[in-house]
Ligand binder design. Structure first.
Ligand code: BGC
Length: 348
């Protein structure tokens, strides 16, 4: 079902699409492909919205830290907003100190997507389409992007990303949902239990750009191979935690890049019983512990969001790959199709 959500300053209408299937309820905006709300039941069948967001377009435009948004063309940071491809150098607008973050000042999170609903057997979903012009935000090539949000008959939320280009370019698409399985606005997620199937992560410099090394998680606060409380080690005096005010790092997933989605992370709220299980084809996962939420934003439920009130688990290729020869390539060439899939399975 489609309803009017609001209007942008230039008069463009923003619509909200509501879907329900297999016990999961999803509200998506055509602005930014934003998941404005995602409701799932607890062990007693009580629903809560487990995704941080706003209830007006104005709030999203004024200063959303990418709540629920589709991220492109490039998820996470590119050092100094620069990269060289086939000998040609490209300068992007910088929006995070001297770096480019999440596609730049006007990334896919701020574009209005074409949205079409579909049903297919037991599945129901939305097809979102966007064309990004050659040179938009400094990136070469016209990029045709298609993202499919599917709610399966079992209530899983699946995201399929596809893109093609007419010139060599770089692409790294992801989804920026801020999870709080106790319900948005209910407080900290530090008691949630998190498990990540990764033995290595990418240390960063003070500007949060990967140094190019990967580090063993053994014996560090970054070890989530066995499920542990999110907040357990966040106060350990580790230089990498100080740089980011918590965890804000790409995990090098043990499984690597795969043709089919494989399990990489499980998040569980012991109090409500709600669980989220993530499978993906991608080789990386950005675990961001909501460090920069600072008590200045009022969320969709009318409550203030503070540090640690949510966390993000962004499936992706590694940050800054175009400048890091040892990382898996994010180059897309004409004739190739970029294809990745991430599935969110909910339990209680
Ligand atoms: C980044 C953080 C950033 C957050 C919100 C995450 O993906 O890794 O550094 O603060 O997005 O913009």
């Amino acid at each position: 079902m489609k309803t009017l959500f609001g209007e942008l300053a230039d008069g463009t209408k923003v619509s909200s699409w509501s879907l329900e299937n297999g016990g999961t309820r999803l509200k998506v905006l055509d602005y930014g492909g934003i998941v404005q709300s995602l409701e799932i039941p607890d062990r007693h069948g009580r629903y809560a919205n487990v995704s941080l967001g706003f209830d007006t377009v104005e709030d999203y435009v004024a200063g959303s830290p990418y709540f629920g948004a589709l991220i492109g063309r490039y998820g996470n940071r590119l050092a100094k907003g620069r990269f060289t491809l086939d000998g040609e150098s490209h300068q992007l607008p910088v929006n995070d100190g001297e770096n480019s973050l999440h596609g730049g000042t006007d990334g896919f999170d701020r574009r209005v997507w074409d949205v079409e609903p579909f049903t297919d057997g037991r599945d129901a979903g939305l097809r979102l389409r966007l064309t990004s012009a050659d040179g938009e935000m400094g990136y070469p090539g016209t990029l045709a992007v298609r993202v499919t949000y599917t709610l399966t008959g079992d209530g899983d939320w699946r995201i399929d990303y596809e893109a093609t280009t007419d010139k060599p370019t770089v692409v790294n698409l992801t989804s920026h949902v801020y999870w709080n399985l106790a319900g948005e606005g209910s407080g900290s997620v530090h008691d949630h239990e998190l498990q990540i199937a990764a033995s290595r992560y990418l240390p960063v410099d003070a500007g949060l750009i990967p140094t190019g090394e990967s580090a063993d998680v053994t014996g560090t606060p970054f070890d989530f191979r066995e499920a542990k409380a999110v907040g357990r080690d966040l106060r350990v005096a580790h230089e990498q935690l100080l740089y980011c005010k918590g965890v804000d790092h790409n995990y090098v997933l043990d499984k690597g890049r795969t043709d089919r989605p494989e399990h990489v992370a499980t998040l569980r709220d012991p109090a409500s019983g709600r669980t989220l299980r993530i499978t993906t084809t991608e080789p990386g996962l950005q675990f961001y512990s909501g460090n920069f939420l600072d008590g200045t934003l009022v969320g969709s439920g009318g409550r203030v969001y503070r540090q640690g009130d949510a966390l993000c688990l962004e499936t992706q290729h590694f940050p800054d790959s175009p400048n890091q020869p040892s990382f898996p390539s994010t180059v897309l060439r004409p004739g190739q199709t970029y294809r990745t899939t991430t599935v969110h399975t909910f339990g209680r």
